[in-house]
Write a protein that binds this ligand. Structure first.
Ligand code: ADE
Length: 258
């Protein structure tokens, strides 16, 4: 996978991604990164890349030419036009399924905007995907681009050294991950659940599955709509819901007679 990031802050991208797992993947050549400074393509003697918005209003708008020229430079060695992601709060919200789809590409170009925005014409010309990382507004597109690159990279074979960890964790089957424990066996008076110390593989698996279901029901119930559930999973969830409604019921009765 080759990432090309068009940005005004290439050092932010380079530093952020040359760290931890993505840093290791870059060092081993499993992924490649080229952070391109849009300012290098300014034809202006002051190296300006932005100007006032036509029609008035606050803030500055990034001009189309330096972005277009940076893009042309990046794609000249590619066999076919790449997907170009413009990171913007106006885009589709990024999801695991999008990371999976983007991980199949050979090249990905990310365009990071700043100031009040980017001239619409260059977006119309280049962008294939408008993607947001969530319903909040950041100061620029660099952090969202790094978030997406991180999420995509860990899906590339070899990037995670433990193959299982890519498969069996949050969002596998659209369920949240079960709780994890390590030593010590007792910490601040809390013991690790007995089943995890039992050495009984089948019971551990069942407990983990149930914890995933319980956690998803409590924290992200909307995920269950698209979860891959067995009849046993359904039965367990029904039991949890019944317990919960019983709890409410008892609570109400107590309130009445207290
Ligand atoms: N740029 C600013 N805020 C953003 C967001 N939430 N997602 C993607 N790009 C952004």
């Amino acid at each position: 996978m080759n990432y090309h990031v068009l940005t005004l802050f290439p050092e932010m991208i380079e530093q952020g991604l040359h760290t931890s797992v993505t840093g290791r993947a870059l060092a081993s050549g499993l992924i490649r990164l080229c952070a391109v400074n849009i300012r290098d393509y300014s034809k202006n003697k002051h190296k300006h890349v932005d100007d006032y918005p036509y029609g008035g209003g606050a803030g500055m708008v990034m001009q189309p030419e330096p972005i277009f020229d940076a893009y042309q430079d990046v794609v000249k060695s590619m066999e076919r036009p790449p997907r170009v992601v413009y990171v913007t709060p106006q885009g589709k919200v990024f999801r695991q399924s999008m990371a999976e789809e983007l991980a199949k590409e050979e090249n990905l170009v990310f365009l990071c905007g700043h100031y009040e925005g980017v001239d619409e014409r260059v977006l119309e010309e280049l962008v294939t995907d408008y993607i947001s990382i969530g319903d909040y507004v950041l100061t620029g597109g660099e952090l969202p681009a790094m978030v997406m690159i991180d999420a995509i990279s860990r899906l590339i074979p070899g990037v995670l050294n433990n193959k299982e960890s890519a498969e069996f964790e949050t969002f596998h089957d659209n369920l949240l991950e079960y709780p994890q424990y390590t030593r010590p066996v007792e910490y601040h008076g809390k013991k690790v659940p007995d089943v995890l110390l039992s050495g009984h593989h089948g019971n551990v698996e069942q407990w983990r599955r149930e914890q995933s279901l319980k956690r998803t029901l409590e924290r992200r119930p909307e995920l269950l709509e698209n979860a891959v559930l067995s009849p046993q999973d359904d039965a367990f969830l029904e039991k949890l819901k019944l317990e919960k409604s019983d709890d409410f019921h008892c609570h109400d009765i107590h309130k009445k007679y207290d």
